[in-house]
Write a protein that binds this ligand. Structure first.
Ligand code: ATP
Ligand code: FE2
Length: 326
């Protein structure tokens, strides 16, 4: 069966076509996305929905062409119903509903955060995984336990990517800041600059470090030294809470998700921790780490097999749904 997955929770509008095959690894035939960017830093919801409205038909047709498929070949339409920015979610849900209605295709709505977990689970080939989800807006450690999805730890203030983007902005760098900090950090060979390390149980917080970085910049510290020290400190915090979640849940594999997880140093630190603990580590290719339609298709197939689809008239959105409510 072909599953068409639509991602539309925030900046990215994505469409994927995935072939689900009994007893075999699913095959991602196409995974196309366009991302709304802005130089002003701020995100205006009305502009975001305008962007998604402008790109959805070309993203959809590019995905179908790449997959060599047409809409009537599709056996299931899956869309991201939660959580996210209402203006963006509505476009994806609207496109999904129209396709389902026009072509009488079953429809299913899924949670975006769980989809990051599911793509790691499927691509790693490991059934029982814990996810470090490190993106712009989200920072969570989550897993399925006791028949439910649970968040074991999360940020108490900013998402890690938004924090890195703020540091980059303070240093006068453009958006997105994470990749630029990664490059700067590689150019530094001096000692670690001490920064507030804030782990509370399995939660993390970044606001104290943000204040400390502002002071460092005022005191004339080098951008390379700041980038290196911020990365080392922040990633150590994420690795610590991921390890604690692994110890708590007894999961045998850590998978990564989210744009920040594209960072080679974060991947290296996670891998080292997993080797030390004797558990598996899996970082999906970058196209599956960032927001993408393939993860929505994969989770949609699982949800549909377990509990069926949703009527078009009831296929809504939920900008605030938590993983625990799924
Ligand atoms: P979500 O809706 O899941 O929160 P998002 O809209 O924030 O996702 P993502 O593509 O998952 O989008 O993540 C974007 C973030 O990832 C940005 O903050 C960006 O700076 C950060 N990022 C991307 N590449 C890297 C990298 N190599 N190192 C560190 N951070 C990175
Ligand atoms: Fe995401």
């Amino acid at each position: 069966m072909l599953v068409l997955g639509i991602e539309s929770t925030a900046h990215t509008f994505g469409v994927a076509i995935v072939r689900m095959q009994a007893a075999e690894q699913p095959q991602v035939l196409a995974n196309v996305r366009r991302t709304y960017t802005t130089t002003s830093g701020g995100l205006i919801p009305a502009k975001l929905s305008e962007h998604h409205m402008n790109v959805f038909s070309s993203v959809l047709s590019d995905a179908l062409v790449q997959a060599g498929a047409s809409v009537p070949d599709v056996g299931l339409v899956a869309y991201s119903r939660s959580p996210g920015i209402g203006h963006a979610l509505r476009i994806g849900a609207g496109v999904a509903r129209s396709l389902a209605l026009r072509h009488s295709i079953p429809l299913v709505g899924v949670n975006h955060c769980v989809a990051h977990l599911e793509v790691g689970r499927v691509l790693s080939g490991r059934d029982d995984v814990s996810l470090l989800y490190a993106s712009g807006a989200n920072t969570q450690v989550l897993a399925r336990e006791g028949g439910a999805y649970r968040v074991f730890g999360e940020t108490l203030d900013l998402g890690v990517g938004n924090f890195l983007d703020t540091v980059a902005r303070l240093l006068g760098l453009g958006f997105p800041g994470g990749p630029q900090l990664e490059e700067l950090a590689k150019q530094y060979s001096g000692p670690l600059i001490e920064l507030p390390y804030s782990v509370k149980g399995m939660d993390v917080s970044f606001s104290g470090m943000q204040t400390a970085v502002k002071r460092l910049i005022e005191s004339g510290a080098s951008a390379q030294g700041i980038a290196f020290s911020v990365q080392e400190t922040v990633f150590a915090m994420l690795v610590e809470v991921s390890e604690r979640a692994l110890a708590h849940t007894g999961k045998e594999c850590l998978v990564l998700g989210g744009g920040v997880a594209c960072n080679a140093r974060l991947q290296e630190m996670c891998r080292l921790m997993c080797v030390d603990r004797g558990v598996e580590f899996f970082a999906p290719p970058n196209e599956f780490l960032v927001d993408n339609g393939a993860m929505i298709a994969l989770l949609g197939a699982r949800v549909f097999a377990q509990s069926g689809g949703v009527a078009v008239s009831k296929a809504g959105i939920d900008p605030y749904e938590r993983v625990e409510q799924c």
